[in-house]
Write a protein of this length. Structure first.
Ligand SMILES: *[C@@H]1O[C@H](CO)[C@@H](O)[C@H](O)[C@H]1NC(C)=O
Ligand SMILES: *[C@@H]1O[C@H](CO)[C@@H](O)[C@H](O)[C@H]1NC(C)=O
Ligand SMILES: *[C@@H]1O[C@H](CO)[C@@H](O)[C@H](O)[C@H]1NC(C)=O
Ligand SMILES: *[C@@H]1O[C@H](CO)[C@@H](O)[C@H](O)[C@H]1NC(C)=O
Ligand SMILES: *[C@@H]1O[C@H](CO)[C@@H](O)[C@H](O)[C@H]1NC(C)=O
Ligand SMILES: *[C@@H]1O[C@H](CO)[C@@H](O)[C@H](O)[C@H]1NC(C)=O
Ligand SMILES: *[C@@H]1O[C@H](CO)[C@@H](O)[C@H](O)[C@H]1NC(C)=O
Length: 430
């Protein structure tokens, strides 16, 4: 019973905190840009680009699948740099050549890297994967081109389609709006502009993606032997319908399920009380005079998924004073201008940028050395633990603050008095 209540509680707190707004990346969005670059009378050439303007959330396998609804009887005659998933009913075209896609609501998928050159466009063919602004911003966009037949009843000008979708769980797209036309340079000297440009903005909501969280946080500290585990039922409860898991001793028979291109792989996780595919452990490891040290471990509890290009975003007031980060990349995120308490960690290329499956000892670790911010730093009241943690852009479930490892009473006196002595000394010296 208690576990069900815990689950309901987490469920509703997620609704409250995550509905289409991420305080760690408040302006993040994916923008679709639709450039009309030539009008040939009965057909039109357009170039469509998708840009991931999110600080850390990336688009991973199986990739984007861009959809929209034509307002009239438009058909896509040809396409470069991507392809329509289905051709649809093209029987009304009797000639030798058939259009590329006759569907009223086409769905476009990306091509694979290494596609023949005559099917490519500049900036295409990435299997639908987009990186984020912080992790390799050279690969955050994708572009394709198409030629389509104008609707039979259209007058002059263009009719922009509507109801755009990205085909990635959690994103919803707004209505297209016209923006100043894109400028482009053909030979590096002369700037030309397209005829019309329209943008569509798509926003992520963790709750729309999945009502259940995908990661949880456990805590420990050198001054207390208690390890505070992930809350029970953080992501699901064992025994509830839909909660499937595998005990770790039965995995020798496990085969990764077969998936078709364009479908997400099923999650097969190790049984645990929290039922999350990802666990983040934050350990307050050591305290020095001027610094303190935290060890962060990310554990993959999923047997069938390698997380490539994973990222971790943490909010903690002392991240403004990071001295050194070992074996991960680190960059502070400045989202609200002055507050520098949010930082992003990700793996080093060819070393730990791939978080392997649980069966392959899937975990990655870092140690972070932080400069004590005098006047603020404390081991008391859970100050040394993170305020918020997100993995791959999804917020993780934290233990409740009243369960945090507590300072033993004696030690707490020693540490505080040490602080006071240090401060008095400092004042005397000054
Ligand atoms: C989308 O993100 C970009 C980059 O952060 C930002 O400049 C732009 O204002 C955002 N668009 C919307 C509609 O929020
Ligand atoms: C777009 O979606 C709305 C609401 O579902 C629907 O009424 C409208 O007909 C759709 N537009 C097209 C062109 O299908
Ligand atoms: C395809 O469209 C034609 C009309 O253009 C219609 O007669 C035919 O039944 C359609 N075929 C299918 C399989 O929907
Ligand atoms: C439209 O999208 C482009 C990306 O292609 C972006 O640079 C531009 O800022 C967007 N314009 C508006 C008004 O959102
Ligand atoms: C995960 O990566 C390892 C090493 O690259 C590979 O051997 C394994 O097949 C991958 N597993 C899955 C499920 O993709
Ligand atoms: C920590 O960072 C804050 C904000 O940047 C700064 O005001 C403070 O002086 C720093 N403290 C130390 C000990 O570096
Ligand atoms: C360690 O922390 C736990 C959880 O807050 C607390 O119950 C326990 O008393 C602490 N241990 C010591 C030795 O203070």
């Amino acid at each position: 019973m208690a576990t069900i209540f815990a689950f309901i509680f987490i469920f509703f707190s997620l609704i409250a905190s995550n509905y289409a707004f991420d305080s760690l990346d408040p302006f993040g969005n994916i923008t679709i840009t639709w450039d009309y670059f030539s009008d040939n009378g009965d057909t039109v050439d357009v170039r469509v680009s998708i840009y991931n303007f999110q600080l850390f959330r990336h688009v991973e396998e199986p990739g984007w699948r861009l959809g929209w609804a034509w307002k009239g009887d438009e058909v896509i005659w040809s396409m470069l740099g991507a392809e329509a998933k289905e051709q649809g009913n093209c029987t009304r075209f009797r000639g030798q050549q058939k259009p590329h896609c006759c569907k009223k609501e086409p769905v476009i998928i990306d091509l694979m890297p290494g596609t023949p050159y005559n099917m490519q466009t500049a900036n295409c063919c990435k299997a639908g994967i987009l990186t984020s602004l912080k992790q390799d911003h050279t690969k955050l966009g994708a572009t394709f081109q198409m030629n389509y037949v104008k609707p039979s009843d259209s007058g002059p000008g263009f009719t922009m389609p509507e109801n755009f979708t990205l085909g990635i769980p959690g994103y919803s797209c707004g209505t297209p709006f016209q923006v100043p036309p894109t400028m482009f340079t053909k030979d590096g000297h002369r700037w030309q502009q397209v005829l019309e440009t329209w943008n569509v903005t798509c926003i992520y909501s963790q709750f729309l993606a999945s009502p259940a969280p995908k990661c949880c946080v456990s805590l420990s500290a050198f001054y207390n032997s208690t390890i505070v585990p992930c809350p029970t039922c953080s992501c699901n409860c064992q025994g509830l319908p839909g909660a499937t898991c595998v005990d770790s001793d039965k995995t020798s028979v496990l085969q990764p399920p077969q998936t078709n291109r364009g479908e997400a792989a099923a999650v097969v996780i190790r049984c645990s009380h929290h039922m999350c595919p990802i666990r983040i452990h934050w350990h307050v490891k050591q305290s020095y005079k001027e610094h303190w040290r935290v060890k962060i471990t990310i554990t993959n509890m999923n047997f069938v998924k390698n997380y490539s290009q994973w990222n971790l975003v943490v909010q903690h007031p002392n991240l403004a004073n990071v001295t050194q980060v070992f074996s991960f990349n680190y960059e502070p995120l400045t989202v609200y201008g002055k507050l520098r308490d949010i930082g992003m960690f990700w793996g080093l290329a060819y070393y730990n940028d791939m978080l392997l499956t649980h069966g392959e000892n899937g975990n990655v670790q870092t140690e972070v050395l932080l400069h004590k911010d005098r006047g603020k730093f404390s081991f008391r009241e859970g100050w040394s633990f993170p305020r918020k943690v997100s993995f791959n852009g999804d917020e993780c479930v934290m233990p409740s603050p009243d369960a945090y490892p507590r300072l033993p009473n004696a030690a707490h006196v020693v540490i505080t008095s040490f602080n006071t002595i240090f401060f008095s000394l400092l004042l005397i010296l000054l």
